[in-house]
Write a protein that binds this ligand. Structure first.
Ligand code: HEM
Length: 411
């Protein structure tokens, strides 16, 4: 079927609300069954919903480039673009928006700095931090877990990784939020102007961070990259700064959302919480299943570098694609009873939530480690944990990052 000539005929286009992530799963299911690839008029993107098609696109980086992954979903006004161009932000990516050969070269060096050894070094500090945060509310009989635990924890972990001093944390975090708003949300021109100015400051901070590490090396991720550069590995200052610029963003909201979604689902289908309390060895498998069932990065983007056909649909050259991992992960042809959370599912790990292929998420082991520690510490202390009744869950208005803004629990 070649529908490229008339992309606007899609039935699903009207039902699909790209920025409203409150409960997108019924529309995803309908799309998988009736129109697995359709054109979203609102977004101007082709939307891909089946597992096999998403995996094929992720796997073919030559044809489906990731170069649009970090650009705002809709064209930005000239006033905003001017600030970004002058601030050096346009076209800036750590890894996910780059393609080979640059991607291969930089990813190899970054992998050398982001090692299991660095994770092992971080683990006791992550646990100590989690315990300290939990102890602050342990004596109460209720908590708002986003505010009191899962929002700050991954941010502090990335700050440890990057070696950002405590007194700079609040400012850096505010800049990183602007980075997300500009790239993934729908905002007014006035808001975009504000965020553009913020990200320019954030970018300057990252460049200064590299300069500071060159003056004095420390025991952190940017210092490791500078060390590798000094040993002769081919990575320049701008590329190191871009990794830092993206790392904070890549590793914070994503992990907050994993934990927010995860705890919510485990408590919503509470027999799962009970199983974990009785047998913590089930925690790693449960994390994979949560990633499958309710991924924190629910969609990701690609662009067709040439005309190409997937799943019987021909995309014109230059077509923008929105891959719905949150849909592919529930595709019944791969995950029987895909709409059900089953923490003992044997193939949960085949989910698409960290992408696939050459861009597969570098931080996946860190995100899973953080959530494992949090679940171990929570299940140990709160076997009675439950969702506070009658709460409504709100989700940030954006295309890709889905998690409850607040999560009230009691015990
Ligand atoms: C639950 C948490 C996380 C989720 C769901 C997630 C998801 C993703 C996704 C979907 C991609 C794009 C994959 C693709 O294009 O094929 C990605 C790439 C990436 N992620 Fe994550 N991520 C998470 C946590 C982290 C953390 C903690 C870090 C770092 C500290 C991180 C660093 C990266 C980097 C550097 C890339 C780019 C890799 C490349 O292009 O080669 N992520 N992640």
């Amino acid at each position: 079927m070649d529908i490229s000539a008339c992309p606007y005929h899609s039935k699903l286009s009207k039902e699909f609300k790209p920025f409203d992530l409150t409960d997108p799963f019924p529309v995803y299911k309908k799309a998988r069954e009736e129109e697995p690839i359709f054109f979203s008029e609102e977004l101007g993107y082709w939307v891909v919903t089946r597992y096999a098609d998403i995996k094929e696109i992720f796997g073919n980086w030559q044809v489906f480039t990731s170069e649009n992954a970090q650009t705002p979903p809709k064209p930005v006004p000239d006033s905003v673009r001017k600030i970004m161009v002058e601030g050096g932000i346009v076209g800036l990516s750590g890894l996910s928006g780059r393609i080979p050969p640059d991607h291969t070269r930089i990813r190899r060096i970054v992998t050398m700095a982001f090692t299991p050894k660095r994770l092992r070094k971080l683990e006791p500090d992550i646990r100590a931090l989690a315990i300290e945060m939990i102890e602050k509310f342990e004596q109460n009989n209720h908590a708002e877990l986003v505010k009191e635990l899962v929002y700050d924890l991954p941010a502090f972990v990335i700050f440890m990784l990057l070696g950002v001093p405590k007194e700079e944390v609040t400012q850096v975090k505010a800049w990183a939020i602007s980075r997300m708003m500009l790239t993934f949300s729908e905002t007014t021109e006035e808001e975009q102007l504000f965020h553009a100015n913020q990200v320019v400051k954030y970018w300057q901070y990252c460049k200064d961070m590299v300069t500071r590490r060159k003056e004095q090396l420390g025991d952190d991720f940017p210092s490791d990259l500078v060390r590798l550069q000094q040993e002769g590995y081919e990575i320049n200052d701008q590329e190191i700064a871009a990794m830092c610029y993206n790392q904070l963003f890549a590793g914070h909201e994503t992990t907050t959302s994993l934990m927010g979604n995860g705890i919510r689902e485990l408590l919503k289908y509470r027999e799962n919480w009970e199983k974990l309390c009785a047998n913590p060895a089930l925690i790693p498998g449960a994390i994979e299943e949560i990633l499958r069932f309710n991924p924190s990065v629910i969609t990701w983007r690609r662009r067709a570098a040439e005309e190409a056909t997937v799943g019987g649909v021909t995309f014109p050259k230059g077509a923008n694609l929105l891959l719905i991992m949150g849909s592919g992960n529930r595709d019944e042809s791969v995950f029987p009873n895909g709409e059900t959370l089953d923490i003992e599912r044997t193939n949960a790990k085949e989910h698409l939530s960290f992408g696939s292929g050459i861009h597969y998420c570098l931080g996946a082991p860190l995100a899973k480690l953080e959530f494992k520690i949090v679940l171990e510490e929570l299940t140990k202390r709160f076997p009675q944990l439950q969702l506070k009744p009658n709460q409504t869950f709100e989700f940030a208005f954006n295309t890709s990052f889905r998690a409850p803004i607040a999560l009230e629990v009691e015990w």
